[in-house]
Design a protein around this ligand. Structure first.
Ligand code: ADP
Ligand code: 5GP
Length: 249
């Protein structure tokens, strides 16, 4: 059964989903990954200088991984595949003021909350980061993330650019992964083809997508989503989770 937003803030439940690849994108079916210029390459490593053990656990504290990218690029699809096939990865469940889409379940994809509840969480410092995106607010419950990282659990956030920037500022060792589309046209096709938003919302999301694509170099690494399976494999490898395959460089 799905947990409530308050339960999530008290510790949550098990739960989520990449460099400067500018210019040409690979043809469908191939993978492209590059380490972004201007940022130090960040292969998966134990936390530098931080091997504290907590809760009597035998595992060192983990580094947080953040997946971002423009709306429609395939983030939720990648996250759903990781949730299905790799339950050892903990996916943060965000709170949002957006209405659920058909098929979405409270406590699974999101905790769907009213504006007043979101205000309360944000004002109380219960959110690690939060942002307004295309007319709705989204935020990451802080405590469950801190607890999973302290326990050494591979932890993944799927959040927008503004949220990724806040995480970078708060947790300098976080790995920021940018998920890029093979091309702009393909992004438009995916976003429109999903059929979950009216045309004016699609327009707002495409406007946001232009801003997000321009920020790719702020991320540690980019994965181009030509194949969900390949992106999942690469992401898992970056997180040092079994089942991942190191990308060819
Ligand atoms: P996001 O969460 O980034 O907004 P979604 O995961 O909802 O994007 O994906 C948008 C659409 O693109 C969905 O219809 C999804 O099935 C499709 N999609 C995702 N990844 C791929 C891919 N590698 N190739 C083709 N279509 C994809
Ligand atoms: P959607 O409405 O399509 O589910 O999500 C819209 C955007 O909000 C996506 O870019 C998604 O990554 C982002 N998002 C989801 N949860 C969070 C969150 O907790 N914080 C922030 N900053 N963005 C989020």
């Amino acid at each position: 059964m799905a947990a409530t937003a308050d339960e999530a803030l008290l510790g949550g439940r098990g739960g989520l989903s990449t460099a400067a690849v500018s210019g040409a994108r690979p043809p469908d079916g191939s993978i492209s990954l590059a380490v972004n210029a201007g940022r130090s390459p960040s292969p998966p490593q134990p936390l530098r200088g931080d091997t504290r053990m907590e809760w009597g656990a035998q595992r060192p504290r983990r580094r947080l991984t953040v997946l971002s990218g423009p709306s429609g690029v395939g983030k939720s699809t990648v996250v759903a595949e990781i949730r299905r096939a790799h339950p050892q990865v903990w996916l943060s469940v965000s709170v949002t003021t957006r209405a659920p889409r058909p098929g979405e379940t409270d406590g699974v994809e999101y905790f769907f909350v009213e504006d007043a509840e979101f205000d309360r969480l944000a004002a109380g410092g219960d959110l690690l980061e939060w942002a307004e995106f295309a007319g709705n607010r989204y935020g990451t419950p802080r405590r469950p993330v801190q607890e999973r990282l302290a326990a050494g659990v591979p932890t993944l956030l799927e959040i927008d650019l503004q949220g990724a920037r806040q995480v970078r500022a708060a947790m300098t060792d976080a790995l920021l992964v940018f998920l890029a589309p093979p091309s702009w046209d393909e992004l438009v096709r995916r976003l429109s083809g999903r059929g979950t938003e009216p045309p004016e919302v699609i327009e707002r999301r495409l406007a946001a997508a232009r801003v997000e694509l321009a920020a790719e170099k702020e991320f540690d690494i980019t994965l181009v989503n030509t194949s969900v399976r390949n992106v999942c494999r690469e992401l898992l490898a970056l997180m040092s989770v079994a089942g991942g395959t190191a990308p060819e460089r």
